[in-house]
Each structure stands twice: as C-alpha cells, then as structure tokens.
Design a protein around this ligand. Sequence first.
Ligand SMILES: [Zn+2]
Length: 174
Amino acid sequence: MKMNASTAKNYKPSYKKKTITTDPYLPKGGSKKVSVCERCHAVYSNKRWSLSSERYDMVMQDPAVTLLVCPACHKMQDDLPGGIVTLKGAYVLPHKQELLNLVKNEEERARGMNPLERVMSIKENGGGSLVINTTNERLAQRLGKAIKKAFHGEVAYHFSHDNKLARVDWERAV
Ligand SMILES: [Zn+2]
C-alpha cells in the first residue's frame, strides 16, 4: 500500500507545546523579543508579564521593543470580563467599604504576581448587590475565597464551558 502524504503526516512526532492557558488574548508563541503595553506599560518577556516603571524605562531604550495592547487592557477596552463576582444580601451595602477595601488589597496582591489580573469595574446594581468584573477567572476565584474567609457568608463558583468565564456569587444576609 502506498503511503500518501496525509498518512505520512500522522507519523510525524508532534513538538507542539501545550500551553496551560487558552486565553485568546495572550500573545501566541514564546517570542524572545520584548513587548510593552502602550496603555498600562506592562512588559512582556520570557513568556511573562511584569509591571514596574524601572523595567519599562529600561526596555523602552531598546529600539527593537514591540508596542502592543496587553490582554488585560484589551479586555477592558472590549468590556469582556474573565470573572464576575456578585456580592449579594442585606449585609453588603452597610459593609460596602470594608468589602471594597478587601477587593482592593487582593487585587494589589494578585497584580504583584501577574499584572494582567485586574479589577475592571465595580458597580452597584439596583438590588443592593455589588458586581465586580475582573480581567481573568483566577482573580474572581481569589476574591471569592478571600471574601468568604474574611466575611463568612456563602460562596458559589460557576464556570462557563465555552469560554473562560468564572461567576462567583457570594451572599450574606445579616
Ligand atoms: Zn496593558
């Protein structure tokens, strides 16, 4: 039997690396070049994002630097959150400031590890709930955990099957 091209292809070993994340906004491949987000000045090199003004100033000296818009800024621009945290119940509005302080602290901690994890918006909806949109699903989960730990109440996590969207619902009545 003659082996045709398509059969032969199947015997080719695959060197394709599996990436852990399927985030469509992440740059493809592991470029050795350094890229900089022109909006938030996050620096991308060695497959990692970092955020520091010294690093930014340094890489901007390099004429080969690529300017782009990072995944987090893209999501903010398109208003496409990766996580939605809803805080519900009578407890929420009287303790709004404490809850938001915790959200802010958690965001800062997450940002130190991955500058693409950000809070996109915080809104109060008509029903006395707070709705926090985040750029990725991990930050939403992290917020759910931290709020549950500090303020107790009940928390539930839901994940969509089609895209990477996490919904975190936290509730405390009294
Ligand atoms: Zn950016």
